[in-house]
Design a protein around this ligand. Structure first.
Ligand code: SF4
Length: 300
């Protein structure tokens, strides 16, 4: 069986569109109709013509697509693909934090559960965070769940007070300044491109800090032809495809959940139309409101 041919056939038969994040396997990015970062994918979902979305990434992303486009059938090919940072948030402790800081407004990184989105005033992605927060009037912000992204954003808003949840992406947080410095010694002409989920000591070594799409844009437009890329290795597929004459050096950031969905999963998902994402009731309305507010406040 030619699996790519079969996926394409089923896609047309079932009026489906495949969305994939830049951190997924190269073969998944290749069969996807649209590849992007969380912000792009959350925006595009609702404008698609097709009635079914097959979402390749991790579960919270497929849930966001469902929230933004409730009238569509959203299928998620592998239930095991969940985000470790999202799973580690203790909702009772979030409520405690909100009680402790009653004058604060809860803002969540889009990498969080639907339940947490529903409790939030708004959400942010790494590419929209600065624009969104510059349009939030409250002085005190309770930021959940990534302390590294929260720390980075807080440095841009010295007049605001940030209360940061003590969570992080274990893959990005694992990278140290020593590892980046070692790479820099090997490739002294390369520019360092860093995702804001990395620690401050790593961000301090960056020539550019930004989201996955920001990193791709920067590397594509920049005159340099060598880059040290400090985010998930999945991004190299798009970087190398778009910039065949440039060189990219990776750090050991490789999110296993993002690599779980394979071609067989996508084929089965389309064939059996599972697993369908369902989110109902008040939680769905409130979480959608937080996501829509993000798009409104980001003003793009
Ligand atoms: S890279 Fe980190 S934040 Fe993104 S899905 Fe994997 S564990 Fe979660």
């Amino acid at each position: 069986m030619n699996i790519k041919y079969e996926i394409n056939r089923l896609k047309n038969e079932k009026d489906a569109c495949i969305l994939a994040h830049y951190y997924t396997l190269p073969e998944i990015q290749e069969i996807a109709d649209y590849v992007g970062d969380s912000y792009y994918l959350s925006k595009i979902a609702k404008d698609l013509e097709q009635s079914t979305i097959v979402f390749c990434g991790v579960k919270f992303m497929a849930e966001s697509a469902k929230l933004i486009s409730p009238q569509k059938k959203v299928l998620f090919p592998n239930q095991e693909a969940t985000c470790d940072m999202v799973n580690r948030v203790d909702m009772d402790k979030v409520k405690e934090l909100m009680n402790e800081h009653k004058n604060g407004v809860l803002i969540s990184y889009v990498n969080c559960s639907t339940e947490l989105k529903a409790m939030s005033y708004t959400c942010v992605t790494s590419s929209s965070a600065q624009e969104v927060i510059s349009n939030v009037k409250n002085k005190k912000i309770i930021f959940v769940p990534d302390k590294n992204l929260g720390g980075y954003i807080s440095s841009k808003f010295p007049s605001k007070e940030f209360v940061l949840w003590d969570g992080c992406c274990c893959y990005h947080d694992n990278i140290t300044s020593e590892q980046v410095t070692q790479k820099k010694l090997l490739y002294p002409n390369a520019k360092v491109l860093v995702h804001p989920e990395c620690r401050e000591e790593v961000r301090n070594l960056a020539d550019y800090i930004g989201s996955t799409s920001g990193i791709i844009d920067y590397a594509t437009k920049d005159a340099k032809d060598e880059f040290i890329v400090v985010t998930d290795v999945g991004i190299l597929h798009e970087l190398e495809k778009t910039n065949p004459d440039k060189k990219f050096y990776e750090l050991p950031i490789n999110c296993s959940s993002m690599k779980l969905i394979n071609l067989q999963d996508v084929y089965k998902c389309l064939q059996d139309e599972e697993y369908e994402i369902t989110i109902e009731g008040e939680i769905s309305l409130k979480a959608t409101e937080a996501l829509e507010k993000m798009h409104k406040l980001a003003r793009r």
